[in-house]
Design a protein around this ligand. Sequence first.
Ligand code: MN
Length: 245
Amino acid sequence: MKKPLIGITSGDRYLYQTDNYSGVRVSYSMAQVSEAISQAGGLPVIIPVHDPVQSAAYIDHLDGLVLQGGADISPQFYDQEPTEKIQRFDPRRDKREIALLRAAIDRQLPILGLCRGMQLANIVRGGSLFQDLSDRPETTIAHVQLSDGDVPSHRIYVKEDSRLSELLPNQTMINSYHHQAIDQVGEGLVVSGWAEDGVIEAIESVDPDFNFLGVQYHPEQAIDYNPVHFLIFRDFLDRVHTNQL
Ligand code: MN
């Protein structure tokens, strides 16, 4: 049987601080995402920087789509002006990923959203973000950890009977690398994980035409300290296989 082909979105940066190739523009994705997809039985491919018009053509070849992490999303995509604490954003990347995501939704492909990827799916479904967690007065815990991604930072409280609850035990320790968070939840989505201060840490679709689960943390970096986080990827490949039947 052919291995399912899993597209992973790429960021678009210039290389600095390298001995060679300094100043070269690259499409990049985090190696641990590809490794986790491979380990779960998928064949990962990085979707390079491309013209959004080509998005549907990419999606035609794929069996699943991973929206990987990265920089802030331009607030223009959720109808807000940038506030003072917004960080670097790149509307060109946003447009490429939104086009891919819309094409994937049209084709009913299984989709996994990681960190920024979860936020992007929320926005495409009409939701919004807090541009900075300080805009949300109830925030009491640190969500931008200084430790490496393989170090657990805070707990996630998991909604009973959600898809996520079949993967993560309640109060699992997760890493946390986000200064933004979901504010309004998009259409057809429910919150399936929170931090102790109520910050949204996971969402999933309850719309049968939208095959989506998203997490605010980085499970690909957390597998080493707790293998339970690999289940996010195994579940995604399960959804891909089910979708192919
Ligand atoms: Mn967090």
